[in-house]
Structures are given as C-alpha cells and as structure tokens.
Design a protein around this ligand. Structure first.
Ligand code: NAD
Length: 259
C-alpha cells in the first residue's frame, strides 16, 4: 500500500502491542502520520518511534484508557488541537475474558464491556463528531472478532462485547455514510499476540490463571497467525470501504456458518 495513505492522519488505540501495533506500522509504511494510543505509555511510545522509522512522516504517542470517558474526551480535544482531525480511526484496544456465564462475576462483565464496548463507543462518538464537523469524510475501523458471530460456552462476556461492537459498527455505517464516513468491523480469529498474557479466566484462582494463560498462549503460538496479516486486512478494508471483514481461515468459516 505504498503511499496510499500519504497525507492522512491515522489514530490507533491499543497501538502498543499485537494487532494495533502492526496496524500502526502498516499505515506508517503506507505514508500516513500515526497517533499511537495505549494505556501503556511506554508501549505507545515505542510504536510511535518505530512508526517513524518505517516511513510515517510523523508519529506521536498518546496515553489514554479507552474505557475512561473523561480521558477520551481530553484525548480527542488534544488530538484536534495538536494534530488535526483524524482521517482514519482504528478502535482496536481490547482485553480477553474466558469463563462460563455462571462463573463470570459482575465485576468481570463490567471490565470487559468497559474496555471492549464502551472504549469503542467513546472513540466513535468523539472522533466521528470531529469528522462530521470537518465535512471531509473519513473512516472508522472497529476491531470486533470472529467471536462476535460464533457462540461459545467459553467466552460469553467477550463474545457479547464483540457482537455489540459488530452491530454498533453496522448501525454507524448506515448513519455516517451520508457524511462520507465509512465504518468497518474487523473480525479476526486466533491471532498470535499478547492478548493471552493479560486475558482473565473467570471463576479460577490466581495460580490457575497462570496455567490457563500459558495453555492458551501455546495454542495461539501454534496457530501462529501474524498480526501483520490483520493489519493488511485493515488497510485493504479502508481502501475499499468494506463493512465486515473476517480475517483468518476460521473466522471466514465461522462467518459462512453463521449466515
Ligand atoms: P494485545 O494484548 O497484544 O494488544 C492490546 C493492546 O491494547 C495492548 O497494548 C494494551 O495495553 C492495550 N489496551 C488494553 N486495554 C486498554 C485500554 N483500556 N485502553 C487503552 N489501551 C488498552 O492484543 P491484540 O490481540 O492485539 O488485541 C487487539 C484487539 O484485537 C482487541 O480488541 C482484541 O479483542 C481483538 N482480537 C484479538 C484476537 C486475537 O486472537 N489476538 C482475535 C480477535 C480479536
């Protein structure tokens, strides 16, 4: 996608690791200026620095927790004042939560919905308004998951958060097309990232958490689907204004079954 995003400003949340980091680099290589947002300041800083090295005319790091509405309002105001209106927004920050419905506490539900759903709502609301006010269109990409359309006993809270992101994306797409703003839901299957290192397992002790994390990390490593391929799908989806994009073979299979 050399130079296909030259002159554009792209903001990626969850840019410190995995899919968000790979997506930041892909936009940078395609000539965009990148704003790397993460709750982990150091990780965001590293992504911004490397984005410049791989081709972004400029790149900046911003620290924010996407689930914190006030922090997101401040971020949106800072971005508009310092860098301008973003052309592409990638709401990608997310966390994992496994465990049956009966094992999942209210607190765990809140945590996963706060980040995975409310984080996307805040991002869409604040930055879509800026795009609409500017009147020059734009694009929003929300990272959902194949879990959004694939029911699973193991992931009720996570899947619910992602199904909501998928539906939100489709509703927004219908509303914002009048403003020339495209909206895409990206739906990856298993991708080899750090998500398993921070994911929580509902209803198990702390010592069990580590064992289960190690087991799922192994599974993700064995599948070994690289985040760079998801990033590639993100850029392609923006260029052709795709609505819902399953990425990885199992995500495409699950989408066919869900139809
Ligand atoms: P990752 O853990 O490697 O990266 C996630 C990044 O988001 C981290 O840098 C983390 O610090 C940041 N983050 C987490 N919570 C945040 C918050 N509240 N505010 C700001 N930043 C926050 O994971 P990943 O696999 O790259 O995940 C990215 C997205 O892809 C998530 O939405 C995830 O649900 C989705 N996804 C991942 C997979 C997979 O198999 N890895 C599959 C489908 C969907």
């Amino acid at each position: 996608y050399a130079e296909r995003f030259a002159g554009q400003l792209v903001l990626v949340t969850g840019a410190g690791s995995g899919i968000g980091r790979a997506t930041s680099f892909a936009f940078a290589e395609a000539g965009a200026c990148v704003i790397a947002v993460d709750r982990d300041a150091e990780a965001a800083g590293r992504t911004a620095e490397l984005s410049r090295l791989v081709g972004a005319p400029d790149a900046w790091a911003e620290t924010a927790d996407v689930s914190d509405e006030q922090a997101m309002e401040k971020l949106a105001a800072r971005v508009a004042a310092e860098y301008g209106v973003v052309d592409v927004l990638v709401n990608n920050a997310g966390i994992g939560l496994s465990g049956s419905f009966l094992d999942t506490s209210t607190e765990d539900w809140r945590k996963v919905l706060d980040v995975n759903l409310w984080g996307v709502i805040h991002g869409c609301r604040l930055f879509a308004q800026q795009m609409v006010d500017r009147g020059q269109g734009g694009h929003i990409v929300n990272t959902a998951s194949a879990a959004a359309y694939q029911p699973s006993r193991a992931l009720p809270a996570y899947s619910t958060s992602k199904a909501a992101v998928l539906m939100l994306s489709e509703c927004l797409r219908a509303e914002l097309s009048a403003h020339d703003i495209g909206v895409t839901a990206i739906c990856p299957g298993l991708v080899n990232t750090n998500i398993t290192a921070t994911a929580r397992f509902a209803g198990v002790s702390d010592s069990e958490q580590e064992r289960l994390r190690a087991r799922s990390s192994r599974l993700y490593r064995i599948r070994n689907y690289p985040p760079e391929k998801v990033a590639d799908a993100v850029l392609g989806a923006v260029l052709r204004n795709a609505a819902v994009v399953p990425v990885t073979p199992e995500a495409r299979g699950a989408q066919l079954l869900a139809r």
